[in-house]
Ligand binder design. Structure first.
Ligand code: PLP
Length: 305
């Protein structure tokens, strides 16, 4: 990754190289912490926008609530700290990573009084699954690792420890030469990518997994609204891997992955093997929106200068 200049830690901007924690930080040992992933875009007019900042901050607090962690700031203070971090790093465009974690204190599995600390980092991050992947689509494989049961990992929260499951899945498929993993849910239906929600298209109808076992993605929500506004039929319904194999189109959505077309699943070509018309339309609208060209969704943009 590309190093930045400053990291916000508990209200203070610290030099990037000095942003450290104690080795007995509770989250480091057991994974109870929560985070967010947010993007800032440089618009055509030279201004910078954060995409759906209030929604991301709200989810940050919801994740903390699920994890029974009390963030010692208000959402407004977090929003301001995010903007402050971007400015301190002279970032006109990039990725923002707020993290709330349990500091040192009790070392057992009942961290009653460990303080909750918050850090916000920001850095340049281009296309998560590659520029080429965004344009031409990626090859994915269904992992042998299954997404958390809804009563084991809390799938609605971006809880640090949940991502062990994602790393295992991603490493497995990358070792077999694929770009990204799809995880099935505990009932055997398609759930999501390692860090992305998934959509498929068949006979012009867009389908995505219901929120039961997956993260409530803000990009997913944006795509649903864009589809509805553009007369694309959408259903939220579980689907099987073989339904996905015979899809006309498929794509991933996520803050990091943006809208990444999927052109192959488990060695089966999806549609023509190229990003299809529905995917292209949605991707184009999405990028026009985040870059401030399409004013229909101006309420999604949080201008920082
Ligand atoms: C963050 C994340 C997503 C995508 O959510 P966005 O709000 O669109 O970034 C999807 N799945 C998982 C598991 C995630 O962690």
């Amino acid at each position: 990754m590309e190093k930045g200049k400053k990291i916000w830690m508990d209200g203070i901007l610290i030099d990037w190289d000095d942003a450290r924690v104690h080795i007995l930080t509770h989250t480091l040992h057991y994974g109870l912490g929560v985070f967010e992933g947010i993007r800032c875009y440089l618009c055509e007019d030279g201004r910078s926008v954060i995409f759906r900042l209030p929604e991301h901050t709200e989810r940050f607090f919801k994740s903390a609530h699920i994890a029974q962690m009390e963030i010692p700031y208000t959402p407004e203070e977090i929003n301001n700290a995010i903007v402050e971090t971007l400015k301190a790093n002279d970032l006109k465009e990039g990725y923002i990573r707020p993290l709330a974690y349990l500091a040192e204190g009790s070392m057992g599995l009942y961290p009653k009084n460990n303080p909750v600390r918050v850090a916000i980092a920001a850095w340049h991050w281009g296309a998560y699954l590659g520029e080429e992947g965004l344009k031409k689509g990626i090859r994915v494989k269904i992992s042998s690792f299954v997404r958390h049961h809804v009563n084991s990992g809390m799938t609605k929260a971006k809880i640090v420890g949940n991502y062990v499951n994602s790393i295992l899945a991603k490493r497995e498929v990358v070792a077999s030469g694929y770009d990204e993993a799809i995880l099935l849910d505990t009932d055997g239906y398609v759930s999501e990518g390692s860090g992305e929600n998934i959509f498929m298209v068949r006979d012009g109808v867009l389908k995505t997994t219901p929120l039961t076992s997956v993260l409530d993605g803000i990009t997913r929500d944006s795509v649903i609204r864009i589809a509805k506004d553009n007369g694309i039929r959408l259903v939220e319904e579980r689907f099987t891997r073989d339904e996905l194999y015979s899809a006309d189109e498929a794509f991933f959505t996520g803050t990091a992955a943006e809208i990444t077309p999927i052109v192959e699943v488990d060695n089966r070509t999806i549609g023509t093997g190229k990003p299809g018309p529905v995917t292209n339309t949605i991707q184009e609208i999405f990028f026009d929106v985040v870059k401030g060209k399409n004013k229909d969704y101006i309420d999604w943009l949080y201008y920082i200068d």
